[in-house]
Structures are given as C-alpha cells and as structure tokens.
Design a protein around this ligand. Structure first.
Ligand code: SAH
Ligand code: MG
Length: 955
C-alpha cells in the first residue's frame, strides 16, 4: 500500500525542518547519533565524595556519506538533532529560507491535491479520509460516492495548509476554506460539484474493484454504537445538555449528526477545528448557512469576503467562546472520527462534566481550581509568597495557558535588574569570574543550588522587576503590567506579576464588556481597550462563572451540630460546628495546612442530594486566599485533628457540574434554587511558617546574619587559627569566613545531613580554589573539611580546636542529646572557645504577634495563658533564658569552662531578652597536647576535603 501522497507534484520546502530536508536528500543514509554529555563545572564539585546528579545534556552527531558534523549541547535530544541537521545544510550550502510558491502554483497544487483524493490510487492508501469514502460508497442512490467538502477540509492536512497559504484567514474561517475547496473543485477536470451543494464527487466512475474493496472493509464492530455528546443551543436561555449519537453499523456518523442538527444531509454540517488539545478529535458540529458564496466559480476577492456573519444564523456565543472560533446556530460537541490507525470509527464520550471542566478551565480561577482538582475548595490565591508554599499550577503557567486557550500568543515576560546581588554578592562574583553562569536565570539556579538560607523570601530587598505583555495573535499588545515592587529573584518577580495579571483578568472578565472598569491604570495594569474587547468580547456574556457574592455570609460558631431543617430560616447565616477536642495546634498566617474534606450538595430541606467533591489530602497556605473564604475562616477556628461542618450557598452551576463528574447529567436537570453546599472538613496537619521568614520580617540584618557576625567578632578577637562548626548545615557560617580576612587556617564543618553538606561543598569549593590564586584575596585558609557525623559522638580529629561554633543546632536534637553534646564537646572536643546559640522561647510572642487576632492587647495575656508555637517544625525544644542558663552553666561547671550569656535580635536587659540567645564558653585549663586519654576514635566520614596544596598541584 502506498501512502496518500501526490506522486509527482512535490510540495516545496515551505515548512520543512532541517531534519526533514536532510531526510529528503539522504533518506536512510543520514545517521543521527545522540551522545549524552554530563554537564561539568557549574554543579559538579571536585573533592566531593558523594555522587552528584548531573544535569544531562545531549549532543548529536550527524553522519552523512560526505561528512559528519556534531551539534552543540541541548537539553532535548530533538533540538540537538535539528541543530546537527541545520549545520549540515549550512555546510552543504542549502538554504533553509522558505521557497514560497506563487499564488497560481498554490492553486494548481490545491486542485491537484483535491483531484488526487478522488483517484483509485488514493483510495487504496491509508488515510483518515478513507473511512469517509467507505461510508460514501455504502450509501445507496444519488448520494453514493459523494463526500462532504467539510470532511475534506477537516481531514486532509495538505488541503488545509494549501488553503492557508492562499488565504491565511481560512485557518480560522471554515466557510472560507470550504469556499476555496469548492472553487478548486470547479477548476479540476476530474471531480464535480453542483450549484449550492457542498458535496464533491468523482466525475468518472471509480473502478469497481476499489468500490468493492471499500465496501467489503466492514468495520469490525457490527453493533451500533452510542456516542455521548453535548448539545450547545444557540440561545443562551436553553441549557447545555447531553445527547446520544446512536450510530448503527451501516450508518455514517455524519448523517447521524446531520439528523440531530436538523439539516437535510451531512454535506451541510460544518466542522470546527479541534477543541482543546490540538491532536484531539473533539470538535463542534453545526449547520452550514445557505450562502450563495459557498459555491464554485467565484473569484478569490469574492471568496475572501466569505464570512460566516453575512446573513447567517446568529453566532452561538457559548460554543464560540468555548472553542475560540465562530460557531453559528445550534452546535453539537462530539469526539468522533476516522483515524489513520484503524478502520473502526474512533469515538469518545464527552460528558457534561468534561464540558464544564473545559469551560471553567478557560478562566484563570477555574483553571487554578482544576490544577488542584479542588473545584469547590480552591481559589486562585491573591498572593504569591514563596515557591515552596504555592500549590497547584504556578501563575506563570496559568497565564500561558489562559493565553493559549484564548488564541493569543505566549505572553512576553521580561525581567530587568540584577538578581540577588545583595543577598549573595560573593557567589555572584564567583560565578562571573568562572564564566559559568551568564544569565539572571542561571544565577537564580546557582542560588538554589547553594541552598540559599534566604530561599524562602520573595519580598523586597532585591532589584529585579518584571514586565508582562499579553499579545494577540496579530502581536498587538492587549495588556501590559510592570511590577511595582522589586524582587530578589527573577522567578518571584515573574510569578508575582503573572498572578497580578491573572487576578485582574479573573475579575474583569466576569463583567459585561460595557462595565469593564479599569481600562486605565488602576491596578498598575495598562489595558489596550480596543484589542482587549476584540479578543474577549464573548467572555463576559458567556462566562458568568465566578459569582462571588455568595461568599460574604458570616459564620456563626457553635458546638451543637446544625439542625438542617432550620437552615432556611437562618436565612443566609452559615453555621459552623466543630467536633473534637482543641489540640492547641492551630493554623495561622503563613502556615501550610493540610486538610481532608467532603463537599455535598444539599437540597432545600437539608437532605443530601449528591457528594460533589472529596479530597483526602489538600494542602494550602493560610492567609493567601488559596481557598474559598468560608473554608479558610472555618479552619482558622480549628486545631489539628478537629473536624467541622459548615454550609455555604452554591457557586454557579458551571462549577457544580464541573465538580460533579458522573452525576453532572442528572444534576443538570435540577434547579439549584434553594440548594446549598455542606462542607465537612478535618484538619490533618499544620506546618509552621518558616523560621527564616518570621525572623527576616522583624530583623535587619536578618537574624541569621547577625549570628554569623557575632561569631565572626569572637573569631577575630581570639585570633583563632582553627575552627569547627558543629551542625554546619549548608555552610552559611563557613561561607562567610571566606569573605573576610581572619587568622583562620583550618576550617571544619560537621553535620549529619548529607544534602546540606553537599550544598556546603558546592559553595565553598569554587571560592577556596580561587583564593589560592596569589592575586586573589589574601585569605589564609589552608584546609577545609566537611564531615558527616553526629556531634554527640566524639571524633579525635576535631580535638582541641581554637574555636567551636554551634549555631541554632541543639534545639534540633532531643533535650537529652543536647545535654550529651554539652558534655562531649566540653570534655572531649575541648575547644578553647565554644559559641552556642539557640532560640529564646520567651521571644516567640513577639515573632508570632503578627498572627495573633488582636495584636497588642492580647500579647501579655496570651503569654501567660497559652503555649507558643516553636519557630520551626523541626525544633524538638525551645528553651527559656532560664532553661538555657541552666544547661550552659551546668556543663561549663562540670568541665571546667567559664560561660557568658549574650544574644542577637533585641537588647540586653530588655524583656523578653534576645531573639537568639548565645552562650560563649571559655576553657579554663591550658591546651593539652594530646587528646583526652589518647582516644583516637575517628567515626566521622569525610564528605569533602580541600587543601591549598592539593589545589596548587592541580594548577
Ligand atoms: N548552623 C547552621 C545550621 C542550623 S540548622 C546555621 O546556623 O545555618 C541545624 C543543623 O543541625 C541541621 O543542618 C542539622 O542537620 C544539624 N544537626 C542536627 N542534629 C545534629 C547532630 N546530632 N549532629 C550533627 N548535626 C546535627
Ligand atoms: Mg533551628
């Protein structure tokens, strides 16, 4: 069998990719070989013993008979192949530029292609059209062998692209495409049309062999099939409803659709482009107008005037909005058609819920809800705090999706300003010098790699800004927005800006066009009204999806379960009943809360009609508006393990039916008048807002930086040459030591998190390697080691250092381990000076004040009555000043150290003390030459090691 190609007329290289051109020339003599290339430099870290995940890149070697050529590296294999092909073509001197056909040539090709489709040769090939020809030959009488033009226009890619090059408008206008094909058919000597009819057939009879073969190709399923489809009436007053297309074994599905559309035969059925995914077969079917222009013999000028609007049926607003193309009259949405793959009719049911999901998915809020699969609980948040707290699709992706679904170009995101210059000056310098990174994006990656301690902060500080332009297909700017604030990271700037635009769109598109308020710059968003109304004119009339009014009801607290029979009398007041004992852990702004919930549709009398939405685990950030307001209000009254019920008026029917799934069909007949939703919620888990964020909100410089500066002061004052950082984490302290000259020669970090140690190594290595260059900063550090081990175990290699630091570590251990560490460190490691910091529990009310209901007044009372939360969910304890004093004094006394107390954040002597309390221990006994009892345990594992000798040898 041959494929459905026109034999002699070759399509010119209008849209061919480099690879396709190479294939045309060389066929199987062109051989592509893909190599994996491990990215070196950037993420790799010499000296690190832990295997690293390298980013994998691809390079392609193209071997041709004459020569072979290798591409650059790419993240995707196919890009590498195309690049290699392109290089080869350049070398061969073959131009990639389009070789456009003249208009006349294109018409010739169109006529040739159309005629070819009716030849015996084509009919014995494999092509989606074959199924339609089979159906045409099964038909008895006059219509035998006649094929609807709309089918030809829909099923043959080549016809489509030829029509498009004759008239670009035909891509969006099926009427024009049909008119072009009718004209082409009129120009062909071998096929026929007749005035006012939208059929095409072959003038001379097909060979009887072919017809016989086609007729014999019975589809394998002899039974009739039922295809569930959707009817979208033209009148908005009539509801969208399901309908079943029953196609019996000897029937043509297009005939069935024609009947259901009430048109006289299937040639008058118009077919839309695919709806949803490009590759889908979901299309809208509607009736063709009785338009005199849709016949053969018209000039191109006349044809390009062909416009669905000319005295046709009225525009079907819902269907047009839904499919983003002009649809007239009543329409049927169905997934059905022949494919290349099988002789059977391909079909899928389109349920009412699918329709509504696709419909609400066109709006930012609906799309966000869908991405969380929580239509009745989630809401597009009003704020983007951090990437790690965001759940569901990111704003940027949502905006891109929105534009795609409305037939717009990908929006333009541009960031300006330098990223994180303040936050990580040295890394940036390093990166520049190493020429490893050169774009803002890469720097952002570097920060992530480095496990930036400030990772969670998306606010102020930086100077990155983002501008977004939403563009129409014609490249006209529709909306422009620039961030008012600056950000540290390009990604945060982009996400925040995208969210702003999305929220504006959500609000604005709900309203009737006339009412669109802020065509000005009210929210910093600049709208180009003309282009905006052009693109979105159908939105508001069709999309009354987000009726928020219902969410303004008050919530009354009560411990008695609601008596459903009284609900209506309560008239608008939503009731809440909480079950289970108060556990003390309750959500506050910024915390991530995990809940399970069930939403049911309740009838007027309080009986359950249907369970609409159920989720076992649903996590969101409190305070960002990530869920419907009632849900958030309810949850802030609850604590972990409690459950609650409350009711709310239902959102618009679109949302209900989208959530309903299978039951959408039965619910669609129901009037929701008097119905309401019942939410049953259980709070499963609460993750506190990050310590860092609380600290950064209150302290400048951030508390973590103040701790490091405190340690640096002691290092300098003591002229220490050796330092060990117990619980070094990602190495933020060690990192700072490389920025300023100190007397230090040897620095060591210990931690039991390998992930953190890896990050530390990756930060330290490039800096140290550079400082061994004599011209670089005169740092005296000769060696650096990172160990994996627990600081409650002794390792003799760390005995007798000048200074030990242990910043914000002990509270991550159980209390008895903290005591053990105190003993081991002072009895075995014996540093001359030891600095230990830990949170001051008494300071927490100040940190957490922001999340208290009534700020100032309550503070004192709260402090005395209720326990405060720890600053970080990994903390095993947080000590008061007294508890910390007790610990430090006891261990100091036992091991002959003196101890002084101080801190950072807050002022000495002022209640409630420092935010971070610090103890500085000093050894009273002089240095002992050997380790205690000659104990030579070396239990720690070296994770990374650097020495200037090693480094010099390498040079
Ligand atoms: N000192 C660092 C990290 C503080 S976070 C800084 O100030 O940024 C606490 C660290 O202590 C974590 O990295 C954790 O892995 C580490 N840690 C907790 N228990 C430990 C133990 N028993 N031994 C070594 N490290 C420990
Ligand atoms: Mg901590």
């Amino acid at each position: 069998m041959v494929t459905g190609e026109v034999p002699h007329i070759s399509m010119k290289k209008a849209v061919l990719t480099p690879k396709a051109i190479v294939h045309e020339r060389y066929g199987s003599n062109a051989c592509y070989k893909i190599e994996e290339v491990l990215e070196s430099g950037g993420s790799g870290c010499p000296g690190l013993v832990i295997p690293q995940h390298h980013k994998c890149l691809y390079r392609c070697c193209l071997e041709l008979p004459e020569f072979s050529i290798t591409s650059d590296t790419f993240t995707r294999k196919k890009d590498a192949e195309q690049s290699a092909a392109k290089l080869a073509l350049e070398k061969l001197g073959i131009q990639l530029t389009k070789n456009k056909l003249t208009v006349q040539e294109t018409w010739d090709e169109l006529v040739a292609r159309l005629s070819f489709l009716f030849t015996d040769q084509f009919l014995s090939s494999i092509h989606p059209l074959i199924g339609h020809f089979r159906a045409a030959f099964h038909r008895e009488g006059d219509l035998c062998g006649l094929v609807p033009v709309s089918i030809l226009a829909t099923c043959d890619v080549k016809l489509k692209s030829l029509c498009k090059s004759i008239s670009p408008k035909s891509e969006l206008n099926p009427f024009l495409m049909i008119a072009l094909l009718m004209k082409a058919a009129g120009m062909s000597g071998s096929i026929s049309t007749s005035e006012g009819e939208l059929w095409i057939w072959k003038q001379n009879l097909h060979s009887s062999d072919i017809i016989q073969t086609l007729r014999n190709q019975q589809s394998s399923s002899a039974e009739s099939i039922d295809i569930e489809a959707i009817r979208i009436p033209c009148s908005v007053e009539k509801p969208v409803e399901t309908l079943t297309l029953n196609v019996s074994s000897n029937e043509y599905y297009m005939d069935v659709i024609a009947q259901r559309l009430d048109v006289r035969d299937c040639s008058r059925v118009m077919i839309s482009r695919p709806v949803g995914k490009v590759s889908s077969e979901m299309r809208l079917y509607f009736s063709a107008p009785e338009n005199p222009l849709l016949v053969s013999g018209k000039s191109l000028e006349e044809l390009s005037d062909v416009n669905g609007d000319a005295n046709l049926e009225p525009l079907n607003a819902r269907a047009s909005y839904f499919s983003n193309q002009n649809i007239y009259g009543d329409a049927i949405l169905a997934t059905v058609g022949y494919t290349r793959k099988s002789e059977d009719l391909f079909h899928e049911d389109v349920s009412l819920s699918t329709y509504y999901r696709m419909l609400i998915g066109r709006m930012p809020n609906g799309n966000y809800k869908l991405s969380r699969d929580a239509i009745l609980a989630a809401e597009l948040p009003s704020a983007f705090t951090t990437r790690s707290n965001w759940r569901g699709s990111f704003p940027r992706d949502l905006l891109c999706m929105f534009c795609r679904r409305h037939g717009l170009l990908e929006p333009n995101f541009s960031t300006k300003g330098t990223s994180s210059l303040e936050a990580r000056p040295v890394i940036l310098e390093t990166c520049k010098k190493l020429k490893l990174l050169n774009s803002a994006n890469d720097i952002e990656c570097a920060n992530e790699e480095a496990g930036d301690a400030n990772d969670e902060d998306s606010g102020g500080q930086g100077n990155v800004q983002c501008e977004i332009a939403v563009l129409s297909k014609e490249q006209d700017v529709i909306i422009k927005y620039s961030t008012e604030n600056s950000f540290r990271k390009p990604n945060d700037a982009i996400q925040c800006a995208a969210l702003k635009v999305l929220r504006w769109l959500s609000n604005e598109l709900e309203m009737p066009m006339e009412k669109l308020s802020s065509f000005g710059d009210i929210h910093g968003i600049h709208v180009y009204p003309h282009h905006f109304s052009k693109e979105f004119s159908l939105c508001p009339s069709v999309h009354k999806v987000q009726q928020k009014s219902i969410f303004k009801k008050s919530i009354s607290l009560g411990s008695v379960p609601v008596d459903w029979s009284n609900i209506r009398q309560e008239n608008g007041v939503t009731s809440l009943s909480i079950e289970g004992p108060y556990s003390g852990v309750s959500p506050s702004t910024g915390s991530l809360t995990c809940i399970s919930y069930v939403v049911s549709l309740m009838g007027e009398g309080g009986h359950r009609i249907e369970t609409l939405e159920t989720k076992d685990e649903f996590e969101f950030e409190i305070g960002t508006g990530a869920v419907i307001p009632q849900l958030e209000a309810c949850i802030t009254h609850m604590s972990v393990n409690q459950s609650a019920r409350f009711i709310a008026e239902p959102p618009s029917k679109d949302f209900i039916l989208a959530a309903a799934g299978e039951s959408a069909k039965s619910l669609s007949f129901l009037s929701l008048q008097g119905c309401f939703l019942e939410y049953f919620v259980k709070v499963l888990q609460i993750t506190e807002p990050l310590e860092d964020r609380m600290e950064q909100a209150l302290f400048s410089p951030p508390l973590s930086k103040q701790r490091v500066e405190y340690a640096l002061r002691h290092i300098n004052e003591s002229h220490a040459t050796t330092l060990v950082d117990f619980g070094c984490g990602s190495g933020s302290l060690l990192d700072s030591l490389l920025e300023l000259p100190t007397a230090l020669e040897k620095i060591v970090g210990v931690d039991l998190s390998r992930k953190s140690l890896c990050r530390a190594a990756k930060i330290l290595h490039p800096k140290l390697s550079m400082s061994s260059d004599p011209t670089a900063q005169g740092l005296g550090i000769r060696s650096a080691v990172l160990y994996d081990g627990s600081i409650t175990d002794f390792d003799s290699r760390l005995y007798g250092f000048d200074i030990g630091t242990c910043l914000e570590v002990i509270e991550h251990m159980k209390e008895d381990e903290a005591w053990k560490f105190g003993d081991i460190v002072l009895s075995s490691f014996c540093p001359r000076i030891l600095i230990v910091s830990t949170p001051n529990y008494e300071y927490n009310p100040v940190l957490q004040r922001t999340s208290l209901p009534n700020k100032e007044e309550d503070l004192e009372e709260k402090m005395n009555s209720e326990p405060f939360r720890f600053r970080n969910h990994d903390h095993k304890f947080e000590w008061t000043r007294e508890q910390f004093n007790h610990w430090a004094s006891s261990v100091a006394l036992r091991h002959n150290y003196s101890v002084e107390f101080s801190g950072v954040g807050g002022t000495a002597g002022v209640e409630p003390g420092f935010a971070s309390q610090i103890a500085v221990f000093r050894r009273n006994t002089p240095y002992q030459a050997e380790s205690r009892n000659g104990d030579s345990s070396e239990g720690y594992e070296v994770i990374w090691e650097w020495s200037d000798i090693m480094s010099r040898c390498a040079l």
